[in-house]
Write a protein that binds this ligand. Structure first.
Ligand code: ATP
Ligand code: MG
Ligand code: MG
Length: 271
């Protein structure tokens, strides 16, 4: 018996990422449901694997996934292994457990469902508030995308997945560098990953805003339009409303310094 099996009842697997798997769990005492992430790791690399939790733990905000607790257990449980994980798995001797707020949906799922009209400007405001807070805390998310932006039961934005996040000024290259969603990646990162800044998040936000205000038909079509956008910086006129176009245009500037900060956009568009 372990702390995990004593305290939690595993309900279902929510998904799997590069480093671990995430399960929906019910806490046996408080009877509430949580998302618990299990990250196997080799003993020596302790510090590297705690980066994500340390960052998340320091960020408490209504637009950021809430963190509850973490602990380490000896041994690697049922995490399985596919070929690409073999190397990491064979070295892993411990598992880091991270209990977080459970989010029932993501922007990805919301856009795929194509049900009602997306509340673009409310989402944008909540995203900007979250990002303003994160950036003020000296954190760069580093992997903002429709998959890493969650929605709670009341349809409020929760920024999550801080697996590639880092503190500004920390120019070490974290494990998992080069992972993350390439489609949302700011152009300066292709030149040199060390050029990452809070403005790289703002670029990704520009692409998120684009797809919010112009829900696209297929994944293929979206990939193509993203490429177009990144190349030309021009937004097809018929696709989005005037205000979104204006904001997207500013966020997709090639020069990171020319992109507005979250605070500036909040001030300008949501005074
Ligand atoms: P990669 O490492 O390849 O970038 P990832 O970082 O997205 O993957 P995780 O953050 O471990 O992987 O998340 C794995 C899956 O679990 C994702 O599909 C995500 O949607 C889901 N998930 C993560 N956190 C939560 C949460 N708090 N509530 C609900 N689902 C979650
Ligand atoms: Mg993710
Ligand atoms: Mg991740």
């Amino acid at each position: 018996q372990t702390r995990y099996t004593v305290d939690f009842q595993e309900i279902r697997r929510l998904g799997k990422g590069g480093f671990g798997r995430v399960y929906e769990c019910k806490h046996k005492l408080d009877e509430s449901t949580y998302a618990v992430k299990k990250i196997p790791f080799p003993d020596q690399e302790h510090a590297e694997y705690l980066r994500e939790v340390k960052i998340l733990a320091a960020l408490q905000h209504p637009s950021v996934i809430r963190y509850y607790q973490c602990w380490i257990e000896l041994g690697v449980s049922d995490v399985g292994s596919s070929s690409d994980e073999d190397e990491m798995m064979s070295k892993a001797t411990h598992t880091l457990f991270v209990a977080m707020e459970l989010c029932t949906s993501t922007l990805h799922a919301r856009l795929e469902a194509k049900i009602e009209k997306v509340p673009v400007f409310r989402y944008l405001k909540e995203l900007l508030e979250g990002l303003q807070f994160i950036h003020e805390k000296g954190v760069i998310h580093g992997d903002l995308s429709r998959d890493n932006i969650f929605l709670d039961d009341h349809d409020h934005i929760k920024i999550g997945d801080f697996g590639l996040a880092r503190n500004t000024g920390d120019d070490s290259i974290p494990i998992g560098d080069g992972l993350g969603n390439m489609m949302y990646r700011a152009p300066e990162l292709s030149i040199d990953p060390r050029l990452i800044s809070t403005k790289s998040d703002m670029f990704s936000l520009g692409l998120v805003l684009f797809e919010l205000s112009c829900p696209l038909a297929t994944g293929y079509e979206r990939a193509r339009q993203f490429e177009e956008l990144k190349k030309s910086g021009e937004i097809p006129e018929e696709t989005v409303d005037e205000t979104s176009r204006e904001i997207i245009c500013q966020l997709l500037k090639k020069d990171p310094q020319q992109r507005p900060s979250a605070a500036q956009l909040l001030h300008r568009y949501f005074p």
